[in-house]
Design a binder for this molecule. Structure first.
Ligand code: SF4
Length: 324
């Protein structure tokens, strides 16, 4: 459904050096699929989501490559064409989306504004649709007559998710949608989202730094490091056998809250400065399995095990990518 090819995003800077936050990313998001995008802060995952949705300010950054949705390259569309496509084909829920509701308008009004701007509905149709969407996100239809300050954080984020579905988009991009909420509410919203995606059959790109949450909700996982997707495969396979040393290190940091005798692990060092040219594998200074070639040569992508990995272990050292 959505195919991203060789996508590059560079933030321009008036004073400092340009920062290349996304580096030659290739990804496919099939129809009716829940994909998680995970990585440390600053790895470029939000920039990738914003670039796909064309939400980056062209005066402050340079985007190259292609983002093809149903044979249409979103990067080639003008503002008028994009407006016709937003909400209907692609919609976005941001981390602070729940705080983007206008405090002086009822929730109903804010749904209707989007529906009037991008669709053609009667008032009765709009009210019916809003009530249905609120029901989908497990909110009472009375919420439509409330003001944002009358809702809790969790209720507002549910309403923001309902708003993103108002024109039945094919793809919803959620950028850290539950980060500002407490753990119990986070899990309730993620369960609701998973159920909603299955029933309504849209695709989801769920961006999060929280690998545990992503593993809980996503069918497939993409792991991002220093602006590149270094591993992609099904959640079940990733849990059984992750291949990239960075994915393995992230999994080692993930603690099962039910487990006894838990030992916390961390990843030594820091991610690289994306304003500098990268040489070899960007993870090499932090990788316990690094060898000579890692510091000088950029690893190629190896396909296998139902996904791909970008690491010299599977090319230069011939380690198998099979699941067995
Ligand atoms: Fe580690 Fe080398 Fe693989 Fe990079 S290419 S992740 S440094 S083993």
């Amino acid at each position: 459904m959505l195919e991203v090819k060789d996508l590059w995003v560079t933030y321009k800077s008036r004073h400092g050096k340009p920062v290349t936050a996304v580096r030659g990313v290739h990804i496919t998001i099939p129809d009716n699929t829940f994909i998680g995008l995970v990585g440390e802060s600053g790895c470029g995952k939000s920039t990738l989501g914003f670039a796909i949705a064309r939400l980056l300010d062209g005066r402050r950054n340079q985007v190259a490559g292609s983002v093809v949705l149903n044979d249409v390259d979103l990067l080639k569309l003008d503002e008028r064409e994009l407006r016709a496509l937003r909400w209907k084909k692609v919609s976005v829920v941001l981390q602070g989306g729940m705080n983007a509701f206008n405090p002086v308008h009822k929730i109903k009004q804010q749904f209707m504004d989007a529906m009037r701007a991008h669709g053609n509905f009667t008032v009765t149709e709009m009210k019916e649709k809003i009530a249905l969407l609120l029901q989908h996100v497990q909110l009472d239809s009375e919420v439509m007559e409330m003001y944002p300050h009358e809702l809790s954080g969790g209720m507002k984020q549910r309403a923001a998710i309902a708003l993103s579905l108002v024109l039945d988009p094919e793809l919803v991009i959620l950028d850290e949608p539950t980060t500002a909420l407490d753990v119990v509410v986070q899990h309730a919203i993620v369960d609701m989202l998973k159920d909603l995606q299955r029933r309504l059959k849209f695709s989801v790109l769920f961006i999060s730094h929280d690998l545990g949450l992503v593993l809980e909700v996503a069918q497939r996982v993409m792991v991002m490091y220093a602006g590149e997707i270094v591993e992609e495969r099904s959640t079940a396979t990733l849990l059984k056998k992750s291949l990239h040393p960075y994915t393995q290190a992230l999994l080692d940091c993930y603690v099962d809250p039910q487990a006894e005798d838990v030992r916390l692990a961390g990843i030594p060092g820091s991610p690289p400065d994306l304003s500098l040219p990268l040489r070899g594998c960007a993870f090499a200074p932090r990788c316990a399995k690094a060898f000579a070639a890692c510091r000088d040569e950029k690893p190629e992508t190896t396909f296998g095990g139902g996904g791909f990995v970008q690491c010299h272990l599977y090319t230069k050292q011939g380690v198998t990518t099979d699941e067995s």
